[in-house]
Write a protein that binds this ligand. Structure first.
Ligand code: GRF
Length: 187
């Protein structure tokens, strides 16, 4: 049984897909803590709905990334968390967590990396007229969306589809592919 800590900054639809999959036995694991760097992250409400413990830590209140991550690390250790799962977490992971969880931090990004790193990836790919759009699950390193790729998935953009439709397709694919990746691997 994998003990997961899921990091969010906002909506949390990937978080909810992961929680559901653990509850339904599609991931042999448990979301033991949800960590948010913003108290208004909607994903916190999703976590609470499932009775998952949450931790809100603001980087601003801690003053520096190291102090911020030390607070989080303490909570992760207390809960025996083995894997850190980033799901719409908008901060770069710093050395404190990278060193403590070497090879155990995973992110999902809504593009076929290395294309469209950073923010607004779906919109940029759509506006560039990409015929194929996809998502990437990858290990996290010190860069932005740069670590080794674990799995990618893609689809052909249907003719004349709106950005909203493409976004919905991307998120649907994300939810499936993230669960597939987390279901595999070791505990
Ligand atoms: C997803 O598109 C994810 O790939 C990216 O941020 C978005 C988060 O969405 N890193 P949600 O908060 O999981 O709904």
């Amino acid at each position: 049984m994998k003990k997961l800590g899921v990091f969010i900054s906002g909506n949390g639809s990937n978080l909810e897909a992961i929680i559901k999959a653990t509850k339904e036995g599609r991931i042999n694991g448990e979301v033991a803590l949800v960590i948010a760097n913003r108290k208004d992250a909607y994903g916190l409400k999703r976590a609470e709905k499932y009775g998952i413990p949450t931790l809100v830590v603001s980087l601003g209140n801690c003053g520096a990334k190291e102090a911020y991550e030390e607070v989080i690390l303490k909570a992760l250790k207390e809960k025996g968390i083995k894997w850190l799962i980033l799901a719409g977490y908008l901060l770069l992971v710093g050395p404190t967590l990278l060193n403590a969880y070497k090879g155990k931090i995973i992110n999902i990004h809504p593009s076929l990396l290395p294309a469209y790193k950073g923010l607004n990836s779906i919109m940029r790919a759509y506006e560039a007229g990409e015929k194929t759009i996809g998502v990437t699950v990858h290990f996290v390193d010190e860069g932005m969306d740069t670590g080794p790729i674990i799995k990618q998935g893609s689809f052909i953009v249907p003719e004349n589809s709106s950005l909203e439709v493409v976004e919905a397709m991307v998120h649907d694919l994300e939810h499936r592919i993230y669960v597939e990746v987390l279901d595999g691997g070791k505990s």
